[in-house]
Design a protein. Structure first.
Length: 197
């Protein structure tokens, strides 16, 4: 159902793979016209050691943080690659990230990956270390996957804000108006319930 994405670093390999459970759920979703709803992103330290993820895994070796998915997008270079992101807050840390995973709304681990050692410090360590996490998942049928993003959880990073401002600069016209008014070409509109004038 799905492939893997591998990155080589010296003798170690880093990859993300869809689990057997994830594959089964996605095949069932395609068969029945339903969706696998991915909601959570998790990280762990791999019990202090490098390891290669296996498709039979159902949980991380040593999960240390889990949060809601922040965003997802299809890779611009490959339409079967889903890029899932989350933001691990600065208040979480004191460990080294070596493993990542995404889970569905029923707590099934859909995909798992290993990462190069990434220290995650906390605010109390003297550095505000908000960490943007990303997992690339190779899918045969992207229509079987849906991401459930909680609008109260989504966090905009500095990069996100810069990208928004760049779009505004490119398109040039920013207005304030109601949803009923027809849009003009290249208009970016902040929607309000009623105009104050």
């Amino acid at each position: 159902m799905a492939g893997k994405i591998t990155v080589h670093e010296t003798e170690k390999e880093y990859e993300s793979i869809v689990t057997d459970v994830g594959n089964a759920l996605m095949m069932n979703a395609v068969k029945n016209g339903t969706k696998v709803i991915i909601t959570d992103f998790a990280v762990g330290d791999g019990n202090g050691e490098y390891y290669r993820p296996e498709t039979g895994m159902t949980e991380l070796k040593n999960e240390l943080w889990r949060g809601k998915i922040n965003s997802c997008e299809i890779c611009s270079d490959s339409p079967n690659i889903l890029i899932v992101t989350a933001v691990c807050p600065g208040t979480v840390g004191g460990f080294t990230i070596r493993e990542i995973a995404v889970f569905d709304q029923d707590n099934h681990m859909i995909a798992v990956g290993n990462t190069p050692d990434t220290p995650k410090v906390t605010v109390t360590d003297g550095v505000v270390n908000e960490l943007r996490l990303m997992m690339e998942i190779a899918l045969i049928n992207g229509d079987s996957v849906e991401l459930l993003i909680d609008p109260y959880i989504v966090t905009a990073t500095k990069k996100d804000i810069e990208e928004i401002w760049e779009k505004i600069r490119e398109n040039g016209k920013v207005t304030v108006g109601t949803a009923e008014t027809p849009y003009e070409a290249n208009e970016i509109r902040f929607i309000v319930s009623e105009l104050p004038y």
